[in-house]
Design a protein around this ligand. Structure first.
Ligand code: NAD
Ligand code: GLY
Length: 368
């Protein structure tokens, strides 16, 4: 088992990475489940795959699982589900000292975390991430949110979990496309600050994605440790350090917006394409060697993630994509900070990027 401490002042917690953590859930929660009923929020698909394992682990230890089962998908991160979830937690008489469990991917983790942040001005929650994306990114660091009519993740709170248990066994039931989408957030840590890890990914991604348990543990634990280091230094994204985790996200967000935040382009797929675009744009304006940008793009393509925006069949020009960026929540007094690269493993925050130049670059990428 890998145990990664997330040393946030006043609210430290651990991320535990191993195979079989859910089957021994109560032991792994180490005394945090203090009452017989245990409130668990999940989605229908995750419940079908892992509900029995989690339910049995709880009942075998004398607990009563209390399920709140939502529909799978991004639309679940809504005001309506937030209200319903908070009302359900109140009806379950959850107290501030109790721990609510989030069993699922980033959608369930983000919604549950936000509900926990506002329930009785804040109760504890435990993340049981069931996607690769949630294990290496969304379950760690305390960003919680829902989507609104105005955009994605626009309403939320910073609320750290009390514990994260990343059970590698759950990855066996994850559809391949979701696994690959999560992998984008793994290789992101290499591209943004750790060239050695990028080269490790280049050598090991195929075997890791195919199911090699030791490689999976290394990939998840290494990614979590990278995120933990950043979040410890800059929990609220005020120092420009945590913002580096947004590598690929500004370009990716524009692509997600253009494709309607739909299954046409999953979040991780958009991030993968976004990282390729960030690398190519960095090369285009002379910041990064073209060969390094090409290497990043080759790797993304090799594992089976999208690397060419022209393949999406978008019916728009570069200006339309750049316009989506104006609604990005990172906009700051009329300027949009971009994460660009000087090389593989050398991302930095650029504050003076011209959106006209970005639009022209995107026209070329779109083949216009
Ligand atoms: P998701 O939660 O929608 O899960 C993807 C799909 O996989 C769903 O249909 C789900 O039912 C299914 N699934 C999940 N685990 C499964 C399993 N083990 N077996 C079978 N099916 C399973 O998607 P996601 O990619 O995990 O998360 C995306 C969300 O995360 C987005 O809303 C994004 O904004 C958010 N996010 C948040 C942060 C953060 O820091 N809070 C970071 C990155 C992404
Ligand atoms: N996923 C970006 C962050 O947690 O800051």
């Amino acid at each position: 088992m890998a145990v990664i401490p997330v040393d946030i002042a006043g609210r430290p917690y651990e991320v535990r990475v191993d195979t079989g953590l859910l089957a021994e859930l109560v032991e792994n929660c180490r005394g945090k489940l203090r009452k017989r009923p245990v409130p668990i929020i999940t989605d229908r698909q995750v419940h079908a795959a892992w509900g029995k394992v989690v339910g049995k682990a709880l009942t075998d230890a004398g607990h009563e699982p209390r399920w709140h089962i939502l529909e799978p998908g991004e639309k679940t991160k809504s005001w309506a589900n937030l209200t319903a979830t908070v009302d359900w937690l109140l009806a379950e008489e959850v107290e501030r000292g109790d721990h609510v469990i989030a069993l699922g991917g980033g959608v369930i983790g983000d919604l549950t975390g936000f509900a926990a942040a506002i329930l009785k001005r804040g109760c504890h929650f435990i993340q049981l991430p069931t996607t690769l994306l949630a294990q290496v990114d969304s379950s760690v660091g305390g960003k919680t949110a829902i989507n609104t009519a105005a955009g994605k993740n626009l309403v939320g709170a910073f609320h750290q979990p009390a514990l994260v248990l990343a059970d590698l066994a759950v990855l066996d039931t994850l559809p391949r496309r979701e696994l690959l989408s999560g992998y984008a957030e793994v290789v992101k840590y290499g591209l943004l600050g750790d060239a050695d890890f990028f080269h490790w990914c280049d050598a090991n991604a195929d075997a890791m994605l195919a199911g090699n348990a030791a490689l999976r543990e290394y990939a998840v634990a290494h990614s979590v440790a990278a995120k933990a280091r950043i979040v410890k230094e800059d929990e609220r994204e005020t120092l420009g350090l945590r913002a580096l985790l947004n590598l690929g996200h500004t370009f990716g967000h524009a692509l997600e917006a253009q494709t309607g935040f739909s299954d046409r382009l999953l979040h991780g797929e958009a991030v993968a394409l976004g990282m390729v675009l960030a690398a190519r744009f960095s090369a285009r304006i002379g910041l990064m060697p073209q060969a390094s940008a090409d290497h990043a793009a080759r790797h993304i393509a090799k594992v089976g993630l999208p690397s060419e925006v022209s393949s999406l069949g978008l019916n728009c020009d570069g200006r339309a994509l750049a316009d989506h960026m104006l609604h990005d929540k990172k906009m700051d007094a009329g300027r949009l900070p971009f994460v660009l690269m000087k090389g593989i493993g050398e991302a930095f925050l650029a504050k003076d990027v011209s959106l006209d130049e970005v639009a022209g670059f995107l026209d070329e990428e779109l083949g216009r």
